[in-house]
Ligand binder design. Structure first.
Ligand code: IPE
Ligand code: IPE
Ligand code: MG
Length: 242
């Protein structure tokens, strides 16, 4: 296990963010919700740019949940449009900055052109190692776990593994995040205090931070403050420390 005691000073290497509050940001200004999403995309740019200088090596951003399809059609179309624009406009710069981009989540429901953009971005940036940026798209942790269990069940049925050999490591290896360390810190903006089906398995020992700032107002300074607070947290992993 990745025990924190030997990491001095304590550094959040993997930060995951539930980017919440776009709708309320717009509503507070008497604007349609889509304006909040547009402003939220600017916050994404700022945070991705700032992350490496804060010692962050992995950044996972919750952009669209498997439940977000339940929103009004116009809003879903706008969110997909913003994603399209982000992938078209930002990937060259991300690549130049050494960012490796990957999507996690169920791709089967995404439009063909978005899939193409994702595949292209993943292939282009595969060799980069400054920052691993995971965008969670049509992501739901329960679905991810069900898929991993199904994969294990198939392997058992095919005689490749014995049921008694199944342990946490085997399951972890079948998650979409298999080669990514668990998040040290999960930040949720907008004051809501729940995980909303985000990284349930991987969050087992993550530090959780709930900030009132709405996502479009979240800045590099806020990220720096969160990483600073993380340094002061005491991670014990169930043990007695000190
Ligand atoms: C987060 O902001 C963006 C997505 C979930 C895609 P919201 O759209 O959930 O904003 P609120 O929570 O309604 O304010
Ligand atoms: C979680 O936010 C999903 C994303 C940030 C992409 P939601 O706004 O969808 O979550 P709930 O509905 O408040 O739990
Ligand atoms: Mg929300």
């Amino acid at each position: 296990m990745n025990v924190g005691a030997d990491q001095q000073p304590r550094q959040a290497r993997h930060v995951a963010i539930i980017m919440d509050g776009n709708g309320r940001w717009a509503q507070q200004r008497g604007l349609p919700r889509v304006f909040g999403h547009r402003q939220g995309a600017d916050a994404v740019r700022e945070v991705v740019k700032a992350a490496p200088d804060l010692g962050i090596r992995y950044l996972t951003l919750f952009a669209f949940s498997s439940e977000n399809w339940c929103r009004p059609r116009d809003e879903v179309v706008e969110l997909m449009g913003l994603l399209r624009r982000y992938l078209r406009k930002e990937v060259a710069e991300l690549n130049a900055n050494g960012v490796r981009l990957r999507a996690i989540g169920d791709r089967s429901r995404l439009d063909r052109d978005i899939l193409d953009l994702i595949n292209h971005a993943e292939a282009l940036t595969a060799g980069n190692d400054t920052l691993d940026l995971m965008i969670a798209l049509n992501y739901g942790a329960k679905n991810e776990l069900v898929d991993a269990c199904r994969a294990l069940a198939h392997e058992v049925a095919e005689g490749k593994i014995d049921p008694s050999a199944i342990d946490a490591d085997l399951l972890t290896a079948r998650l979409q995040t298999a080669d990514i360390p668990d998040p040290d810190l999960i930040i949720r903006t907008s004051g809501e205090q729940r995980l909303s089906n985000f990284l349930l398995w991987q969050a087992a020992y993550s530090e959780l931070m709930f900030v009132d700032t709405l996502w479009p107002d979240f800045t590099a300074g806020d990220l720096s403050a969160a990483v600073g607070e993380y340094r002061r947290r005491d991670r014990r992993y169930g043990a007695v420390v000190g």
